[in-house]
Design a protein around this ligand. Sequence first.
Ligand SMILES: Nc1ncnc2c1ncn2[C@@H]1O[C@H](COP(=O)(O)OP(=O)(O)OP(=O)(O)O)[C@@H](O)[C@H]1O
Length: 262
Amino acid sequence: MNELSLAAVAAPPVRLGNLSAGFADRSVLRQITVEAPAGRVLAIVGPSGCGKSTVLRCINRLHELDEGAFVSGDVSIGAFSAYSPRADVIALRRRVGMVFQRPTPFVTLSVFDNVASGLRAQRRSLPPSELEGLVELALQRAGLWREVVDRLFGSAMALSGGQQQRLCIARALAVQPDVLLLDEPTASLDPMGTQRIEELLYDLRDTVTVIMVTHNMQQAARISDVTAFLLDGRVVECAPTRQLFTTPTDARTEAYITGRFG
Ligand SMILES: Nc1ncnc2c1ncn2[C@@H]1O[C@H](COP(=O)(O)OP(=O)(O)OP(=O)(O)O)[C@@H](O)[C@H]1O
C-alpha cells in the first residue's frame, strides 16, 4: 500500500486579497478578501450572478482569458502569489485542479486514460508501473476504484453521471494538486450521486484545499468548514460554517440562508 499512499501532504491555505475583477466597464468582483484554510473546505454561496464562478476563475487565472476581462488584487496559494509579475501561470494551473457543474470526461478516452492524461502530459518519462499506481491512487481518492477496477479500459462515457463526475475529480487529483476548485459539482446529479461526491470531498480534507461553489445551502452546511456569502460581487460575510448558518451577523446573510431571497 505504501506506493499508493500520498507523501506527507501539507495543503496550503488560499488567500484572496482585495480581489476585484470584471469585464470592460462592468465590475463583477469588488475587493474580495477571503481565506480558504489549509486542507479544509471553503464554500462560496450567493444568488445567481453574484460572481461565484468568477472567484474560482480568478484563482486559476482563467478569468483573464475572456475578452475584456480585468483583475486586480492578489490570490496566494501558500507562499505562491498567483498574480505576481513573476508567477508561472502554467505551474499555477498544475497546482489548482478544477471540476465543473457537468461532468467533462474526455469522450474518446477510456476510464484509465482519462485519469492518466494529465500525468502523461506532466511526467513524460513516468514508468508504466508508476503510472498505474498513480491512476489507482487517484481513483481510490475519488471513491471510484472499486466500481471501475474491472472496466478500466472501457469507455468513460459508459459510466453514470455521478461516476463521470468522480472520474473528473480523479483526473484532477491524479496530478496531486494543492487546491481543488469545484463549480456546483453536484448540480447535475441525483441524490445518491450527490452524496458520494459530498463524502469524497469530506474525505479529501488535509490532502487538498477545496473551494466549492454551491447553490445548495444544506450541502455547504454539511461539508464545508468555512462559508463565504457573496452578494453583488462583495463578501457580505465569511465565517466558520456552523456560525454562519446559526448566528449570521448580517441581516442579508440571514435572509439568504433562510431562503427569503436568491
Ligand atoms: N464573458 C463575460 N462577459 C461579460 N459578463 C460576464 C461574462 N461572464 C460572466 N459575466 C457576468 O458576470 C457576472 C458574474 O458571473 P458568475 O458566473 O461569476 O456568477 P455566479 O454567481 O457564478 O452565477 P451562477 O450562480 O448563475 O452560476 C454575471 O452577471 C455574468 O453575467
